[in-house]
Design a binder for this molecule. Structure first.
Ligand SMILES: [Zn+2]
Length: 169
């Protein structure tokens, strides 16, 4: 059988990354949960990530929640934040601003990666960091998503929009 290219291992500088490439990173996310609890987990994570981005939930509270998860759940959540960041059209500039706003050390590995373009490739690298970097990665990805999502809410979503995650009661 032909081996699928390891999307996250892409190192070429001219590589055009597609949504399909991104899905190959994130495709093993929530679907790997097999129990009903897993479904609840997905909903909980969606709510927490978006509430944090909208300032409804504190950044540190959301990090505490993330820290309480098992590593396999944490990885799925990291994939989820990457997916949302892509939906919000996050850029490396958003990564720089996110790192600066979140107060994480700019020298931690995910912070070093996120500020470089193309951000999709960097996010793939972040997802492949070892479990010891998961909490740092969550801090960096969440703060980057927050910057991108805030801009989107203040521009194209301004007034009203049909995104369920922007209309949580
Ligand atoms: Zn919206």
């Amino acid at each position: 059988m032909e081996k699928e290219a390891d999307a996250a291992g892409i190192s070429g500088s001219d590589t055009t990354l597609t949504v399909q490439t991104m899905q190959s990173w994130t495709g093993t996310g929530p679907t790997s949960f097999s129990s009903r609890e897993g479904d609840d987990q997905v909903r909980t994570s969606e709510r927490i990530i978006n509430e944090a981005a909208q300032g409804i939930l504190g950044y540190e509270e959301s990090v505490d929640w993330f820290s309480s998860l098992e590593p396999f759940e944490q990885r799925a959540v990291l994939q989820e934040v990457v997916r949302y960041s892509m939906q919000a059209h996050a850029t490396a500039e958003d990564g720089r601003e996110g790192v600066s706003q979140s107060g994480v050390k700019p020298t931690i590995t995910p912070a070093v990666l996120i500020v470089r373009a193309p951000i999709l490739e960097q996010m793939g690298k972040i997802l492949n960091l070892p479990p010891s970097e998961y909490v740092n990665s969550f801090r960096v990805l969440l703060s980057t998503f927050t910057v991108a999502d805030t801009r989107r809410r203040e521009t194209e979503c301004r007034g009203s929009c049909s995104h369920p995650w922007h209309n949580m009661s």
